[in-house]
Structure formats: structure tokens, C-alpha cells
Ligand binder design. Structure first.
Ligand code: UTP
Length: 481
């Protein structure tokens, strides 16, 4: 199409963009032409793009994705069950003291599009169907309130004086609805000045051949830049500086889709502190050799998370002298970073120092005649940064292995799926609540499948249930403060 064919309010600007696009083989972005009301924004957007950089990023990412790497097991994993009671209690006490002193923030990754779950709202708004009907966001806020209460009691201070900022990373896809949801629910009981939102960046989507795509006429197809977008966004939003000013020295980071995540879990915080680590990873043991999860491993001598597809059959099945899998420490997106570590490599990251990962996806787009295209098979590529790609930079990275059934209940897939669905998460939450009540001395009768829910406000991690000793409960049970 020649620029004079375009219905336009600003012919010279349009002609200049048409020429730039032609130079970079991206003229498809003007077919169909942008509608007049979108032209100004669209032209500004196209003008701001760095086409040579996008091209080289696309090509480099594609060429790196199949590279073979030198893998070895990562050995520095401490099983929490192997700690003496005294050591575990010491870590917990240090973690609670750290929280009471305002040195920790909780950072939630909530910018993903949650395509597998299939809900149109941000994943954190999702109700997994427990008796309380709480959305995922509420569980995390309540765990923060609960751990603040524990920290205050430990330090002998008033709970209201404990600051534990809750920092939530959204994306253009989730931001407005997430903020409105928190407002509507009064931040689920957290003080407003301790709930901080920031937005990650976006990345244009590409066709399989590397052409930029339209979501609609006059609208670029874009996606969040991956959970590793957290680093640059923390700096660009000013949140990193704010945390530093407030005296926060450690970031407890977690994902939005693990309804059992023990947010700012004190034993882990104390462990990180005692190890003098730059970053730390909470892991769970693989269920079996061929479970499709990323595991911690050494890549060319440095710690990284390695996709299951990168492990050969022999490596996946390899065991140590005790029969334990060598590549077992599964990454569950619960990590800790020292603020100094994150601040230390910001310039390098902003200059493009993290790898982009290639994900082939079904990307809704528009045909040259203006009709909407809803692809049935992957038709394009999203490039994403991963949170764990900074691990190799750590001077010291350690891992704490925790029981899966206590801390990991992922909500990834649509209801009815056999794994990682709201149904499996609900069952795991209920089983944990039931076990904790039994451990406290209660009896729970009723159908095995009837749900049992102990609110985080009643018990953060099994403590505080003494008053239920000798109580005979009948499921379904819902204990709330
Ligand atoms: P997932 O990799 O499961 O992606 O995110 P997702 O977008 O939530 O789900 P699918 O793949 O589309 O079904 C792991 C964690 O990283 C966050 C998610 O919100 C989740 O907490 N994430 C992911 C972001 O914050 N930003 C992103 O760009 C991608």
C-alpha cells in the first residue's frame, strides 16, 4: 500500500512512518490502515519502536532457544526437615525479628495473562471454590496480616507498628482491574500505604517469521514482557528506591497462582539471612523423574532453572547413593532476593543483559481485509524474560526444600483439568487444613471430600489452633476470625 491510499489526518507523519516501516520490512502494520481516531497514538507508538533492536532480539532469542548447555546437579539444597528443631526455631525467630524491623517486603508477580486458566479477570481475583469463596489475592493479604501479627508478638511490639509492604507487579493486561479489586475490598485489611502497585513492561508479538503483529487495525499486538520484567520495572517505577528508603533489605517474591504460598515465611527469611545469600529459592521435591517442572541445576557451573525438556532421560532419572533424584529441586516461583543484589545489576539488565525466551502462542490478530483472526494453532511468538535468569549472577544462591503438600498448590489449568487446577488446589488446601486441625488434637468427621478451610487469620502455619484440641468438628468446616 502506498501512503497516499491511507485515510489519514496527518499525511506527512503517516508517510514518514510508512517509509520507516518499509525500510524495516514491517509495512504490514499499516494494512488494514489505522482508523482515524487511533492514528495519532498508533503513529506515536510505531515511531518509538527500535526496529533494528527488535529484529536482533527476535533473531538472537530464536537462535539461543535450542542451544545445548553443560548441566550438573545443584547441590546446595537444604531440606527443612533435616534442620534440628533448635536451628529451625532460630531461623524462624530471626525471620520474625526481620519482619518486625520492617526489613522485608512481599512481592507478588501478578502480571501474567493466565491463558491456561481461562478466566477473563486477573488470576488473583479467581475464587478457587473454598467454603469462604475468597479470591486468591485475599489469601495472600491475610497471610501477610497473620505473619505481621506473629512478628509483633515475637518482638513484643504493637502489631500496627509492623510494616510489611505488599508490592504487586501488574501488567497492562491486569493493572486496572487488580487495583480496582483491591480498592473495592479495602486492601483485604492491609494498610493502604503498605500496598504498592507497579507495572511491568510490554513486548510486541511477532509472527513466526519475525514480523510485528496487529491486535486490531491501528493497534499493535503486545504482551507482558514476562515475570523477569520485574527487575527493570522495579527501577523504572521508582519502587526499588522507595523500598531502599524505607529500609527494606530483602524481597520475598512469589507467584499469584500458588494458593498455599506462605507469604514472607519467617523460617525461610531467617535461613536466607543466616546463609548471607544474594538470593534464595524455595523448592519442592519432584513428584517423579519425569514431572514437567523446571529444576535448579548448575549450567556451565552457575545455578539456573532448567526446563524438564532440557534434561536427557538419563539425567532426569539419575539418583544419588541414597536413591534420591539428582535433578529434583523444583522451582515453584517462591524466591528471595537481597535488595542490594537486585539494585546491583540494574544497569546491566536495562542494557539488555537478560535472555528473552521464545513462546509460540495463539495470538489473536487481524487479516489484511480487517477481519478478526482467532487462530486454532500457534501463529506467533511472544518473547518473555524469566525471573530466575538473574540466578547465575548471584555470589551465593541457596535453596530451602519444603514439603510440597504444605506450600505448593498451583492454579494453572482450567477447572476439570487433572493437574494444577482450581480443583486440585482446593483439595490440597482442604487436606492441609484438616491435617493441621488433627495435629492440634481436633477430630474431623464427615465425608473425606467435604472441604475444610482454616483461614490464614486463624492460623498462619498450624500455630494458634490450641483451642480446637478435643473439639469434634464435622466437615465441611470453615474457621474464620
Ligand atoms: P506463568 O508462567 O504461569 O504464566 O506465570 P501466566 O501468564 O500466569 O499463565 P499462562 O501461561 O498464560 O496460563 C508464573 C507467574 O509469573 C507471573 C504470573 O502472574 C504468575 O504469578 N507473570 C507471568 C507475570 O507477572 N508477568 C508475566 O509477564 C508472566
Amino acid at each position: 500500500m502506498c501512503s497516499s491510499d491511507l485515510p489519514t489526518r496527518n499525511l506527512p507523519a503517516m508517510a514518514a512512518i510508512a517509509s520507516t516501516l518499509a525500510d524495516h520490512d514491517q509495512s504490514q502494520l499499516l494494512t488494514p490502515p489505522p482508523p482515524p481516531e487511533k492514528q495519532e497514538d498508533f503513529l506515536a507508538k510505531l515511531k518509538a519502536l527500535d526496529y533494528p533492536k527488535l529484529k536482533s532480539t527476535f533473531e538472537t532469542s530464536l537462535s539461543q532457544s535450542g542451544e545445548s548447555r553443560n548441566l550438573a546437579p545443584f547441590k546446595d539444597v537444604t531440606d527443612v526437615a533435616s534442620l534440628s528443631a533448635e536451628t529451625a526455631a532460630g531461623y524462624r525467630a530471626d525471620g520474625l525479628a526481620n519482619i518486625a524491623q520492617g526489613k522485608t517486603c512481599a512481592l507478588l508477580l501478578a502480571g501474567g495473562q493466565g491463558t491456561r486458566l481461562g478466566s477473563s479477570s486477573p488470576k488473583g481475583c479467581y475464587n478457587i471454590g473454598m467454603p469462604s469463596n475468597k479470591p486468591l489475592f485475599q489469601y495472600y493479604c491475610e497471610r501477610i496480616s497473620a505473619v505481621k501479627r506473629l512478628a509483633a508478638a515475637h518482638a513484643g511490639v504493637d502489631e500496627a507498628t509492623v510494616r510489611l509492604p505488599f508490592v504487586i507487579m501488574c501488567s497492562h493486561a491486569t493493572s486496572a482491574e487488580t487495583i480496582a479489586f483491591f480498592e473495592k475490598h479495602d486492601n483485604f485489611g492491609l494498610p493502604k500505604d503498605q500496598v504498592i502497585f507497579f507495572n511491568q513492561g510490554t513486548m510486541p508479538c511477532f509472527t513466526l517469521e519475525g514480523k510485528l503483529m496487529l491486535a486490531a487495525p491501528g493497534e499493535l499486538a503486545e504482551a507482558p514482557d514476562g515475570n523477569g520484567g520485574m527487575y527493570v520495572a522495579l527501577r523504572e517505577s521508582g519502587v526499588l528506591t522507595r523500598l531502599q528508603k524505607e529500609g527494606v533489605t530483602g524481597i520475598f517474591q512469589f507467584g499469584v497462582d500458588n494458593c498455599l504460598c506462605h507469604v514472607a515465611e519467617p523460617t525461610f527469611l531467617g535461613f536466607c539471612q543466616a546463609q548471607g545469600a544474594d538470593c534464595a529459592v524455595k523448592t519442592v521435591a519432584k513428584l517423579h523423574a519425569h514431572e514437567s517442572v523446571g529444576v535448579l541445576a548448575l549450567v556451565n557451573g552457575k545455578p539456573e532453572v532448567v526446563e524438564y525438556s532440557e534434561l536427557s532421560k538419563e539425567m532426569a532419572e539419575a539418583t544419588d547413593a541414597n536413591g534420591a533424584l539428582l535433578y529434583s529441586a523444583s522451582h515453584i516461583c517462591v524466591n528471595w532476593f537481597s535488595v542490594a543484589f537486585v539494585a546491583g545489576f540494574m544497569d546491566e539488565i536495562a542494557a539488555g543483559g537478560m535472555p528473552w525466551h521464545v513462546a509460540k502462542k495463539k495470538i489473536p490478530t487481524v487479516a489484511p481485509d480487517g477481519s478478526a483472526v482467532k487462530p486454532e494453532v500457534p501463529n506467533g511468538i511472544k518473547l518473555e524474560l524469566f525471573i530466575f535468569d538473574t540466578f547465575p549472577r548471584a555470589r551465593k544462591l541457596v535453596a530451602l526444600q519444603v514439603p510440597r503438600e504444605e506450600e505448593f498448590a498451583p492454579v494453572k489449568n482450567a477447572p476439570g483439568s487433572s493437574s494444577d487446577s482450581p480443583d486440585t488446589a482446593r483439595a490440597l488446601y482442604s487436606q492441609l487444613s484438616r491435617r493441621r486441625l488433627l495435629a492440634a488434637g481436633a477430630t474431623v468427621s464427615g465425608d473425606e471430600g467435604a472441604l475444610v478451610e482454616v483461614s490464614p487469620l486463624v492460623s498462619y502455619a498450624g500455630e494458634g489452633l490450641e483451642s480446637y484440641a478435643d473439639k469434634a468438628l464435622q466437615a465441611p468446616v470453615h474457621l474464620e476470625k
